[in-house]
Design a binder for this molecule. Structure first.
Ligand code: NAD
Length: 249
């Protein structure tokens, strides 16, 4: 018997990185898992490596029709969805002055509108499941600012706020909604970032996707008295600065 034996999970952006680790860990716990992404070959490989409990699903989180089709597909295969992990996300670089409107909109569409559409579309399914959990993957960029990724920062703060509104709205249906806020994690998204990015953190290294997956599993399976709140795993990067030292007279 797994702890998640009767659960049906849909994980977006699950073809690689954090989403793939989350899908694997939820399936290990006994959940059936829809591995959803736009990278069809990579997503299908993740699902087939998991085995019987997983199905790959083409889902572009920016498209309402794609969400409707995903919902039908998952319910036909597995039944109502009890766990939604809104993980799909992108980062695009450029100062506010330099970034194009199209690039800004793309980031907001995927990172913020995507989770909104997910909750909008799947709320009835969560209700049919008798309640459940939504985990929205935000970032430390949803807790503080970073230069050169203003659209990303705006999307992740937006997702943190949306999480709170959803938690209030869905509580009566027995649905908890929480956000997770990872610091730098070693995935394809951060492939171009040097290890030195994490050097000043109290825990001076990048995190691993499996560490985020374990936090998501904790929220789904154990954090039964938590909703609308932030779960942070960032190597201590948002704790403060150690740069200040006493000045010599
Ligand atoms: P990743 O680039 O490895 O994976 C992101 C996945 O999202 C990819 O498989 C991609 O195909 C998918 N995706 C992109 N657009 C999509 C769309 N329109 N519809 C469906 N899927 C789409 O990145 P990751 O590091 O695994 O990031 C996962 C989440 O974690 C993101 O929301 C990211 O912002 C967040 N995050 C990552 C880090 C980090 O350091 N890696 C830190 C904090 C938060």
């Amino acid at each position: 018997m797994g702890r998640l034996d009767n659960q049906v999970a849909l994980v977006t952006g699950a073809a690689r990185g954090i989403g793939a680790a989350v899908a694997r860990l939820l399936a290990d716990g006994g959940s059936r898992v829809a591995v959803a992404d736009v990278l069809d070959d990579a997503g299908a490989s993740v699902a087939s490596a998991i085995g019987e409990r997983a199905r790959y699903l083409h889902l572009d989180v920016t498209e309402e029709e794609s969400w409707n089709a995903a919902l039908k597909n998952v319910e036909d295969s597995f039944g109502p969805v009890s766990v939604l992990v809104n993980n799909a996300g992108v980062v695009e670089w450029g100062s506010i002055e330099e970034q194009s409107l199209a690039s800004f909109r793309r980031v907001i569409d995927i990172n913020l509108q995507g989770p909104w559409l997910g909750m909008h579309t799947l709320a009835p399914s969560l209700r049919r499941a008798g309640g459940g959990v939504v985990v929205n993957v935000s970032s430390t960029a949803g807790l503080m600012g970073y230069s050169e990724i203003g659209g990303y920062v705006a999307s992740k703060w937006g997702l943190r706020g949306l999480t709170k509104a959803a938690a209030l709205e869905l509580a009566a249906d027995g649905v908890r909604v929480c956000s997770v806020h990872p610091g730098p994690i070693r995935t394809p998204m951060t492939a171009g970032m040097d290890e030195s990015f994490a050097a000043g953190q109290p825990i001076p290294r990048f995190g691993e996707p499996e560490e985020v997956a374990r936090m998501v599993l904790f929220i789904v399976a154990d954090a039964t008295y938590s909703t609308g709140v932030e779960f942070v795993l960032d190597g201590g990067s948002t704790v403060g600065s150690t740069a200040l030292t006493a000045q010599e007279e």
